[in-house]
Design a protein around this ligand. Structure first.
Ligand SMILES: [Ca+2]
Length: 183
């Protein structure tokens, strides 16, 4: 009887786990533009600013839009398995160092679009005003959706930005979709 109860408990916990909100694995990404890759003069380090840099699990790499000005209207798309999407974590800006975060532009207002035809607008706090060393240990700013969206992608469109102190390039270090995979 005890054994049966254990199996039942195990089954119950597996079912509960499947319905639990989790980070969703991104399978591909694309963007309307990106800054060409560059090599840092001082270190010789190669920096790639393509869309995948926002999904590589590394806060020191970022997608950077590549048009003149602050990048309003530019977008990035992330693809994943069919999901009931609840929220999105965004490491907003170029988190490589506190200096890079301040020198480059950050997202201020964005439009997030989904495969179900829905769209939600968000205003993000300026990450430069947060404590860098505390924020670096978190997955970023959590954006809770007004309702779950059934979707296999998110398109994040830049509507307005916080200006960088040195450059006009808007950067996003990481984007993590959160939801329940429904495939
Ligand atoms: Ca990254």
């Amino acid at each position: 009887m005890k054994k049966l109860l254990t199996v039942f408990t195990l089954l119950l916990s597996v079912t509960a786990y499947a319905d639990y909100e989790q980070p969703v694995s991104v399978t591909s990404a694309r963007a309307s533009s990106n800054l060409p890759a560059s090599v840092e003069r001082s270190t010789g380090q190669y920096n790639n600013y393509e869309s995948w840099s926002a999904c590589d699990g590394n806060y020191t790499t970022a997608w950077v839009e590549g048009v003149r000005g602050q990048g309003e209207g530019q977008w990035i798309e992330l693809y994943f398995a069919e999901t009931e999407l609840n929220a999105i974590y965004i490491q907003n800006g170029y988190w490589k160092t506190p200096e890079r975060l301040a020198q480059n532009s950050r997202l201020q207002r964005i439009l997030v679009e989904f495969a179900d035809g829905g769209a939600e607008e968000f205003v993000l706090p300026d990450p430069v005003r947060e404590n860098y060393w505390e924020m670096i240990t978190t997955p970023g700013t959590r954006l809770d959706l007004l309702r779950p969206h059934r979707t296999n992608f998110v398109r994040i469109r830049i509507l307005a930005t916080y200006r960088g102190s040195r450059w006009t390039d808007t950067c996003v270090s990481e984007i993590i979709p959160l939801g329940i995979v429904r495939e």
